[in-house]
Design a protein around this ligand. Structure first.
Ligand code: HEM
Length: 142
């Protein structure tokens, strides 16, 4: 029936009149590619790289990718494996000053741009990442 086709579907962020960004940009494979490229940049960064678990790059890629997939309406693997994200708490151990934030965003921007997403999805994803990174600054010490 026509009414059925008009029913709004639900996503993590509430009702949406279409699919999730997760599906729109290509699902898990796209997020894995995004995060892998992001970490390629991080590995060249003299400030960021020492913060990360060099012996567990695969694990770090998996955690960030599954988190982003869940956030954008994909599988809930992150929650099943790690519980509630509590991102501010999980970043408390790291010195996230404006320099670290800008470096993180620099590498993430390059990774996002490399995907060559349609403009709407690119802006939607980038806007979230930019705001999230600003919200995770936990010190203004140099
Ligand atoms: C602002 C600059 C940021 C810095 C310097 C930073 C740094 C780090 C570091 C060093 C880790 C540990 C790596 C690991 O073992 O997984 C980490 C984990 C993580 N970060 Fe960030 N991060 C930043 C921003 C963000 C943003 C904007 C997000 C989300 C959009 C995010 C999401 C995560 C997640 C999901 C984890 C894994 C948490 C866990 O389950 O243990 N981070 N971050």
């Amino acid at each position: 029936m026509a009414e059925d086709r008009l029913t709004l579907r639900m996503s993590e962020g509430g009702p949406v009149a279409g699919g999730s960004l997760f599906d729109e940009i290509g699902g898990s494979a796209t997020f894995d590619l995004l995060v892998t490229r992001f970490y390629e940049g991080v590995q060249t960064d003299e400030v960021l790289w020492p913060m990360y678990p060099q012996h567990d790059l695969e694990g770090a890629i998996h955690r960030l990718s599954t988190f982003l997939q869940q956030y954008w309406g994909g599988p809930h693997t992150y929650g099943e494996e790690r519980g509630h994200p509590r991102l501010r708490m999980r970043h408390a151990a790291f010195k996230v000053n404006p320099d670290a934030r800008d470096r993180w965003l620099h590498h993430m921007r390059a990774a996002v741009d490399s995907l060559e997403l349609p403009e709407l999805q690119r802006v939607t994803l980038w806007d979230y990442l930019d705001r999230a990174a600003h919200s995770l600054v936990n010190t203004f010490e140099e």
